[in-house]
Design a protein around this ligand. Sequence first.
Ligand code: GLN
Length: 544
Amino acid sequence: MPKFIFVTGGVVSSVGKGITTASLGRILKSRGVSVSIQKLDPYLNVDPGTMSPYQHGEVFVTVDGAETDLDLGHYERFIDQDLTREASVTSGQVYMSVLDRERRGDYLGGTIQAVPHLTNEIKSRIYSVAENTNCQVLICEVGGTVGDIEGETFIEAIRQIRHELPRADCLSVHVTFLPWVGATGELKTKPTQHSVRELRSKGIQPDVILARSDHPVPRDILDKIALFCDVDPRATIPMETVSSIYEVPLLLEERGLGDYVLERLGLEGARDLDSWRQMVDRLKHPAGSVEVAIVGKYVELHDAYLSVKESLAHAGIANNVDVDVRWVHAEDLEVRSAEDVLAGVDGIIVPGGFGERGWEGKIKAATYARTRGVPYLGLCLGMQVMVTEFARNVCGLAGANSTEFDPESPYPVISLLEEQQGIVNKGGTMRLGAYPARLAPGSLAARAYEDDLVWERHRHRWEFNNAYRDVLTANGLVVSGTSPDGSLVEISEIGGHPFMLGTQFHPELQSRPTRPHPLFREFVAAARAITPPATPLEPAAAAR
Ligand code: GLN
């Protein structure tokens, strides 16, 4: 049986508990300890796939097609390991399996209760991922903050696991926040004391307290926390805000978190964050910069495009440049000229999306990129945008559209996947998870990947309509990646353009800081190399 680290949050949410968890994973892995990470989300949705980005930010998709919390993206990027469906547990899933069993009659005669039925289900999901991943340490993060009504069963399940296992096999890490009171110019520990009291009232004494703060934390504050919360002063560790999330493992390791955790769990392994540090150094000392526009619907909420933003940072590291993002509201492009909104950008990304709002603005962004030779990367919806724009403005198919937005379009160049027809249930029914794509030799895609078969993660219902493949390719569109049987277009490119490429999948889900995704890497390389002309190219050159 592996050892367990449970990460809970106190005081307020959104202080970077997910990044802390991921960083702890990196620290252990760098010391040669095998890890896996699981997220326990107390909300009642079965998964976040049906939630608005306003509620939840990005939906992260695992290789095996689960729609999960964006923290899984942080975990994968930090520990450089693919996680699976089991790594994401919600109250919705827990209730659903218990209630399914009840309906089947499995508990015939019994009263179904939060304890033990829900807690047993939670425990079995924790134990099972630990066993299946064969890791030495499973880190389990509980979403929300201690005291949330929905989180109670998860906290109780953790208490029971701590009770069932030898003391040395479990560690509880509590991430809190120290507010700064401007009037007196000091950091306050009281909210931390209260949240630890709340945690202890549920039967869990924290072993480690990580105190987030936007200000330097003096030693006497830490000693006070240690005393009042009954935690070893060595394990009361400050975590001030840093300029890049990738610095967090370095900061925590330097402050002794790795040493303390290994000692408490009875494990061994020397510090080795050298290559991680080199990556962070490169990130912090770029030789130049490029500006990339992300044209989307939720741009005021950067978390909605978290993996895209991170992938750009990774590609920046590979190209030795800082990538500045210009967040562009697609709807702005519907009322202002593309020249106004996009002037000066070195590259344009149209990321994934659902729903009609901003669609025409995204088409205008694609026209701008195509006619000016500005590097363009279309991700899922962004490829559908690129194909539609090409059909309308190069192939002369006026009114070409995706049937998602115009079911009556005379030229439905993007249509519903066959397997999607007639689907009514919204949850978990898209084309999800990793599928193979065969690349066309010599294409931009094949050159970037340096491979002929790649696996990438999907999350969509619509696709390139094959009825238009001939007319589009005759006009210069290059189909550079397809499903192995050739039936589904997975990557397309605009022939003759320096870099205009769209993917039906989401490459951003597989980029890692230490292993940037090839398509992002080449996109940023193109953005760096090409100075877009101030005026559109000649129509003939633009079309080719
Ligand atoms: N709405 C489009 C589809 O379902 C694109 C989805 C996406 O960008 N993830 O096909």
